[in-house]
Write a protein that binds this ligand. Structure first.
Ligand code: CP
Length: 349
C-alpha cells in the first residue's frame, strides 16, 4: 500500500492519521469477505508468521494466528513453558531460532516494556528481513488492540464508512486501571489522533494526575508528533459525571498481576464507585456503547448482565474485529517487504 512507512508495528504513538485510515480501510474490506475454508485469501502464501507470547493470551494470539491463516500464511506458535527457555536459552536466541526457520513476521508479547522494540532493533542491526509486531509489552503498548477498538468505535458511529472522521468530536470515557494498561495508552494515541476527546476516569491510585500530560508532544520515540492536532484529554474522578457527557465508554480490566503496591483491597467498593451496570447507565442517561478489551472480571469492571447485553456491550464485536484488523496489519507488513513479492490488495467491498 502506498504511504505505509512502518517496517515494524511497535507503538501507535508513531501512527499518523493516514496510517489509521489505511488500516481501517483494509480491515473493513477484509471484514466483509468470506475467508473460511477453500476461500482463504492467497496474500501471504509462502510466508511464515510466528507468535511468540511470553505472557498468557486468548484473544490476541488466536486472532493473529487466524488472521495469518486466512491470508494463507504458515503459522508457528511458541509456548514458553515447553520451550528451551527452561534450559536457559535467551529470549533473543529464541527469536533468532524462529528467524533461522524462516519467520517473516514475529508477533511478540512480553511482560516487560520495549522487548518487541529491542528485538526489532537487534534484527535490523543483523540485517534480517523479519518484521516485529507488538502483541503487547508491559504497561506500554498494545497497538493491534488500540486499532481494533478504534475500528469498533468507528464502525459503531458510521457503519458504512468506519474511518477516523467517525471519531471526530466524540467524547470517549476510559474507566478504571489506566495506570497498568497498555490498552489505555494505545487507545489514547489512536482516539486522540482521530479527533476524539478522551476522559480518563478512576481513583488517583489507578489514574494518576500525571496522565493529564500524556499526549503532550512529541510522543516517545518521535521528534515531532505525526498527528498535527489531537483531541483533548481530561481526568475525572466521578464515573457518573464521565458517563453523562460521553458518546461511548471503555472500561479496563483491573490488572491484579501488575498491582505490586496493593492498590485495591475492596472489589465491591471498586464496583460501586467505578463499575458499570444497566442501573448506572440509566441513571446517567448514557445511551452509548460499552467496550472492554477483555478478559473481563465479571461483576467488577461491569455487571455480568451488562457484559451479556449485546445491544449495549460491544465486547464480542471487539473480538470479531480483531481478526480483520490483524489481517490488515499482517498484509501491510508483507506489502512493505522490499524483497518478497508484494501481495495483491483485496478489492473494495
Ligand atoms: N485484550 C487482550 O489482549 O486479550 P488477551 O490477553 O486474551 O490477548
Amino acid at each position: 500500500m502506498s504511504g505505509w512507512s512502518h517496517r515494524h508495528v511497535l507503538d501507535l504513538a508513531a501512527f499518523s492519521r493516514d496510517d489509521y485510515a489505511t488500516v481501517l480501510e483494509l480491515a473493513h474490506r477484509f471484514r466483509s469477505m468470506p475467508v473460511t475454508g477453500a476461500r482463504k485469501l492467497p496474500a501471504l502464501q509462502g510466508r511464515l508468521v510466528a507468535t511468540l507470547f511470553f505472557e498468557p493470551s486468548t484473544r490476541t494470539r488466536s486472532s493473529f494466528e487466524l488472521a495469518a491463516k486466512r491470508l494463507s500464511a504458515d503459522v508457528q506458535s511458541f509456548s514458553p513453558s515447553s520451550s528451551s527457555l527452561s534450559k536457559g536459552e535467551s529470549l533473543l536466541d529464541t527469536a533468532r531460532t524462529y528467524v533461522a526457520m524462516g519467520a517473516d513476521v514475529l508477533v511478540i508479547r512480553h511482560r516487560c516494556t520495549d522487548v518487541p522494540a529491542q528485538l526489532a532493533h537487534e534484527l535490523d542491526q543483523a540485517g534480517e528481513r523479519t518484521v516485529v509486531l507488538n502483541g503487547g509489552d508491559g504497561q506500554h503498548s498494545h497497538p493491534s488492540q488500540g486499532l481494533l477498538d478504534l475500528y469498533t468505535l468507528a464502525h459503531h458511529f458510521d457503519p458504512h464508512r468506519p474511518q477516523p472522521e467517525a471519531l471526530q468530536g466524540k467524547r470517549i470515557g476510559i474507566v478504571g486501571d489506566v495506570l497498568h494498561s497498555r490498552v489505555a495508552r494505545s487507545n489514547l494515541w489512536a482516539l486522540s489522533a482521530c479527533g476524539a476527546d478522551v476522559v480518563l476516569c478512576g481513583p488517583p491510585s489507578l489514574v494518576p494526575d500525571a496522565f493529564a500530560d500524556f499526549l503532550h508532544a512529541p510522543p516517545p520515540g518521535q521528534t515531532v508528533d505525526p498527528v498535527p492536532q489531537r483531541g483533548r484529554l481530561q481526568i475525572s474522578r466521578n464515573l457518573d459525571e464521565c458517563l453523562s457527557g460521553a458518546d461511548a465508554v471503555m472500561t479496563l480490566r483491573l490488572q491484579k498481576e501488575r498491582m505490586t503496591d496493593h492498590l485495591l483491597t475492596d472489589l465491591d467498593r471498586y464496583h460501586r464507585d467505578y463499575g458499570l451496570s444497566h442501573e448506572r447507565l440509566r441513571r446517567c442517561a448514557f445511551s452509548g456503547p460499552v467496550l472492554h478489551p477483555g478478559p473481563v472480571n465479571r461483576g467488577v469492571e461491569m455487571s455480568g448482565a451488562l457484559l451479556d447485553d449485546r445491544s449495549i456491550c460491544l465486547v464480542e464485536d471487539q473480538v470479531r474485529n480483531g481478526i480483520p484488523i490483524r489481517m490488515a496489519l499482517l498484509y501491510l507488513m508483507a506489502a512493505s517487504d522490499p524483497v518478497a513479492d508484494s501481495p495483491r490488495p483485496p478489492a473494495p467491498s
